[in-house]
Design a protein around this ligand. Sequence first.
Ligand SMILES: Cc1cc2nc3c(=O)[nH]c(=O)nc-3n(C[C@H](O)[C@H](O)[C@H](O)COP(=O)(O)OP(=O)(O)OC[C@H]3O[C@@H](n4cnc5c(N)ncnc54)[C@H](O)[C@@H]3O)c2cc1C
Length: 253
Amino acid sequence: MALETSARRDGEDYILNGHKRWIGNGDAADVVVIFARDVADGRVKAFVMEKNDDDEGSFPPGYRPTVITGKIGKRAILQSDIVIENLRIPARNRLEHCDSFKDVSRVLTATRGGAAWEAVGHAMAGYEIAAHYSLVREQFGKPIGSFQLVQNKLANMLSELTAMQLMCSRMAELIESDRLTGPMASMVKMATAQKAKWICAEARDILAGNGLLLERHVARHLTDMDVVSTYEGTDSIQSLLVGRDITGISAFK
Ligand SMILES: Cc1cc2nc3c(=O)[nH]c(=O)nc-3n(C[C@H](O)[C@H](O)[C@H](O)COP(=O)(O)OP(=O)(O)OC[C@H]3O[C@@H](n4cnc5c(N)ncnc54)[C@H](O)[C@@H]3O)c2cc1C
């Protein structure tokens, strides 16, 4: 959805109105950067909201976060649903170098790259757990790793994992030489999320019944990957960004 939170200049302040969902640490952060569209020129700008300087560390009036509970993966970090109603932010708290959605996109390019590395981590864990399990779990008097179908799964998992690692290494090189574009980051995020989800699903299958137990971790990596493939933009949205770059035609509108 297009960014709908609005900002209206009022003397020495901006007044923000809108609604944000799934904001990481939105209930706990001391400082929150809020992107909002300036009604005066229609441009997206960034505003730094600071907690009140009181003993409770309360939020300013107009910022009301509610923690979202019951998430299936990435449970170590909490996200909030935030109602923003006539939130007053001093104009001096506007980030000077954020003046359009293009500037916001630079943040998204960086965070999508980070999510791609997360996918590599989950896939590595899933592969390693499954490869180890294939040697210790015996069926029909021999390790399951001696069956052709299990070896075929492991070989394909490793080849996809290696492709992910190479993609991310190349992405790191491009970042270092300041040549990573937004669509490139989208492509790497999409490809690694899809591959990691598949690798973690194969790992869970290799552990079969034991793979359903949290203590064996593969199910956790699989559900964590469901989350990773959603945030920073779903695979579908990443594909539209890549598709627009390939064709020059936006499928968003
Ligand atoms: C755990 C978690 C943490 C997050 N952390 C943050 C955070 O810290 N800060 C932040 O700003 N956001 C955060 N997000 C938000 C996240 O970026 C969005 O949830 C994500 O981009 C998907 O948006 P949505 O949930 O509104 O899905 P929707 O936009 O409602 O999409 C629903 C479905 O429709 C499809 N779809 C939507 N539009 C199109 C289209 N034009 N064409 C084709 N298909 C389409 C999607 O691919 C998806 O399958 C977080 C989300 C999660 C789950």
